[in-house]
Design a protein around this ligand. Structure first.
Ligand code: HEC
Ligand code: HEC
Length: 238
């Protein structure tokens, strides 16, 4: 891919295409539990894509459409509109895109693009490319006022899944959160607590349910400062 191509032009083309495609509204499925599904049930396209070996070079080309929003570096935006993707586990990228397509996670902005990624090989390719990108450290951070509280709560309730350094767990579909933007995580954590993000792991929903907005703020602020010691840690855990 040509990284020197002005991002603005790519963005305009993508947003225009999105406008045309957006006529197809995103389906809105009830939450996984409401439907009587198991979390992360092994359904079709996700398992197909998981079986394929991703090709990073082919993925780089496919990533061009994604770059308009998530940026060529994968860094997203500190204002939380677009998440940081670089270094994410392929399993997580594949699951989230499949869930968005299935209407389990609302994302009207990205939906028109998510539905173009139906080929399991291409989904595996773009995920492999995303994983190969180094995780930036200049992600959006919180105000830093309640870090001790945030750390205590994180270690008590979140670390078993998200890891001491925010590395997640590829084999369990737990996302890398090291380098993720504070404002994005704040929105997601609140949406998961309040049931708006309907694809979330029920064990996470259970631990986060009793949290106040202030608790969530403290914990996500702490999380926004986590760094994986080795950016390839995500790749190794595959
Ligand atoms: C038009 C803008 C746009 C484009 C193009 C786009 N995305 Fe997104 N994407 C978003 C937004 C907005 C979110 C966050 C939605 C939310 O807040 O829940 C998102 C979320 C995601 C997530 C979930 C991240 C997480 O941490 O759970 C993944 C994975 C993702 N995008 C991958 C892609 C890939 C791969 C492509 C290219 C095929 C792509 N996106 C193209 C806007 C876009
Ligand atoms: C049982 C494992 C588990 C526990 C415990 C857990 N999480 Fe999660 N978390 C997940 C999974 C899995 C996802 C991705 C959503 C999905 O597909 O289920 C996630 C997603 C998130 C996200 C959104 C990430 C993104 O990229 O969109 C945030 C923020 C988050 N968790 C914060 C927390 C906090 C804060 C706690 C502790 C209060 C916590 N989690 C506890 C498994 C867990």
């Amino acid at each position: 891919m040509n990284h020197t191509k002005p991002l603005l032009i790519t963005s305009l083309v993508v947003l225009f295409a999105g406008g045309l495609l957006a006529q197809k509204p995103q389906p809105k499925a009830a939450g996984i539990e409401a439907q009587g599904y198991k979390w992360n049930a092994e359904y079709g396209e996700k398992m197909e894509a998981m079986k394929k070996k991703g090709d990073v070079t082919a993925g780089e080309e496919a990533y061009e459409t994604c770059a308009a929003c998530h940026l060529p570096s994968g860094a997203g935006r500190p204002d939380g509109t677009f998440p940081q993707l670089a270094g994410q586990h392929p399993s997580v990228v594949i699951k989230q895109i499949a869930d968005i397509r299935a209407g389990l996670r609302d994302n009207p902005i990205m939906y028109p693009f998510a539905i173009t990624l139906t080929d399991p090989q291409q989904l595996a390719n773009v995920s492999a490319y995303i994983q190969s990108l180094p995780i930036p450290h200049d992600n959006g951070k919180g105000p830093g006022a309640e870090l001790a509280t945030g750390k205590r709560l994180y270690e008590r309730d979140c670390q078993t899944c998200h890891g001491a350094n925010g590395e997640g767990d590829a084999s369990k579909f737990y996302p890398v959160l090291a380098g993720q933007h504070y404002k994005y995580m704040l929105r997601q954590a609140t949406d998961i607590r309040d049931g708006r993000r309907r694809n979330a792991n029920p064990d996470m929903v259970k631990v986060i349910k009793p949290y106040t907005d202030k608790d969530i703020d403290a914990i996500v602020d702490y999380m926004s400062r986590l760094q994986m010691p080795d950016k390839k840690a995500a790749a190794k855990k595959k």
